[in-house]
Design a protein around this ligand. Structure first.
Ligand code: BGC
Length: 246
């Protein structure tokens, strides 16, 4: 089956048609800047522009950086507050004229990793952690997703973990890799204490620089970088609509 996978982020919205049987992109990905302010209407217009670019009239699946239940956004940690209460699935279906599905961005990327990447055939509990502007989480047990876990918002050092240990904190505070890795390590220790995963997969853009920080981690759980890198959101988005997850 073919579907258009879209990865909606704070700075860019990218998409490509995907063969959901093997996770392969069927065309080069196309990226547009996220409109500012990223209101529901302006983001929906950008989603429609990407569908038009591919002359697409099939199913569309999107990852979006918020809690999404039944197509409705329930949080807006790093996106415009106007999203709270918006039915993203209905809005995107209306503006594109296509059947759409929407799910949390980390859940979407996690699905792609579990199906085609670092978590393929992995049994037991697997935690996917995406390090970017925020910290996203996707929790799996025997390949089944527990959606919307939002584990980037646990408290660490008296603040939300994502404000202290996300990739954005490294840039904002000018932290060395070593200092930042210590923070990530502390976060992963906490995750280990709570969930005892068999495997932790680190996603997000920074996962391509994994050799700078993964060797510095002391957590006992096996930690590996995501394999699909910046395609995980697109491939996972395509899976979400193909399998009616969102
Ligand atoms: C949001 C999550 C999202 C994560 C990564 C967090 O701030 O609350 O929904 O998955 O950022 O984008």
């Amino acid at each position: 089956m073919k579907s258009l996978g879209l990865d909606i982020g704070g700075t860019g919205i990218k998409g490509a048609p995907v063969d959901t049987a093997n996770g392969r992109l069927l065309a080069d990905r196309f990226r547009l800047l996220t409109p500012q302010p990223a209101t529901p209407e302006s983001v929906a217009d950008t989603v429609a522009a990407i569908a038009t670019h591919f002359a697409w009239d099939g199913p569309i699946g999107c990852g979006f950086p918020a809690v999404i239940r039944g197509g409705v956004a329930h949080t807006a940690a790093n996106v415009d507050p106007a999203w709270i209460g918006t039915n993203a699935r209905e809005l995107f279906s209306r503006t594109t004229g296509c059947r759409c599905a929407v799910a949390n961005d980390a859940d979407v990327a996690g699905l792609a990793e579990m199906r085609f990447g670092a978590g393929k055939d992995q049994q037991g509990v697997v935690l996917v952690v995406t390090l970017g502007t925020g910290i996203g989480s996707a929790l799996f047990t025997n390949g089944h997703l527990v959606a919307n876990t939002e584990l980037g918002h646990i408290e660490l050092k008296g603040i939300e973990a994502e404000q202290w240990a996300a990739e954005s904190a490294r840039g904002r505070e000018g932290l060395s890799w070593k200092k930042w890795a210590k923070r990530v390590d502390k976060y992963l220790h906490r995750m280990q204490e709570y969930f005892w995963p068999e495997l932790i997969i680190i996603g997000g853009g920074v996962s391509k620089k994994y050799e700078k920080f993964l060797p510095l981690l002391t957590v006992e759980t096996e930690v590996v970088p995501a394999q699909l890198r910046n395609e995980a959101g697109i491939v996972g988005g395509a899976l979400v609509v193909a399998e009616e997850v969102g």
